[in-house]
Design a protein around this ligand. Structure first.
Ligand code: SF4
Length: 194
């Protein structure tokens, strides 16, 4: 933001960066984050309905499950520094024809108290799914080239200042090679002069 002289910026990252604290920090700093949610968790591992199959209603804070039943808050706990609330409807599960696709006993769905920040990001991603492809084509190319073709898998230097110097040279060489691929040497020289 400082380099571009702007007060708002968008940040697109891969699933490895999906962490609610960081997403919140981005919003607070004027950064609009786009990070896809990893599909994981015990229910997914067991082949049960994923959490996305459950619709959250903020007022009065309930989930509607794939069977159309209402899951209500049943337990309050913590996940790192976040308040986590579990929702369930044991009676409905016991009588449910979808139970074998949903749970072994009765289903709990968890939601963090501050999870609305993730809902907002999911809505942004649904509206602009192409940003993820833009990220991978623009960001993965340098990583792949630097690591595989330039054999820069690990830094040779130690200490931040030295590593910065090493990476600056790597980036300079990458940029020159990339420019030569795109506009050839005469084009690069002409651009440098211009
Ligand atoms: S098992 Fe429970 S949570 Fe799952 S679909 Fe049936 S009623 Fe809903």
């Amino acid at each position: 933001m400082e380099a571009l002289g702007v007060e708002r910026i968008e940040a697109v990252a891969d699933r490895g960066y999906f962490k609610i604290e960081d997403i919140e920090a981005c919003e607070a700093a004027g950064v609009t984050p786009y990070v896809p949610k990893p599909v994981r968790g015990p229910a997914v591992r067991e082949g049960f309905f994923p959490k996305e199959a459950f619709r959250f209603d903020p007022a009065p804070a309930t989930f509607t499950c794939p069977g159309g039943q209402t899951l209500r808050p049943c337990r309050r706990g913590r996940s790192r520094d976040n308040v986590k609330i579990d929702y369930s409807n044991r009676q409905a599960c016991m009588a449910c024809s979808l139970r074998s696709r949903c749970t072994k006993t009765y289903r709990h769905v968890s939601r963090l108290e501050n999870e609305a920040v993730l809902d907002r990001m999911a809505a942004r991603l649904a509206a602009r799914p192409e940003v993820l492809d833009q990220r991978s084509t623009s960001v993965e190319h340098p990583f792949g080239t630097i690591k595989q073709w330039m054999h820069q898998g690990a830094f040779l230097m130690r200490r931040l200042e030295c590593v910065r110097g090493e990476f600056s040279r790597t980036a300079l060489v990458y940029n020159m090679r990339r420019a030569i691929s795109l506009v050839d040497v005469p084009g690069l020289i002409a651009a440098a002069k211009g």
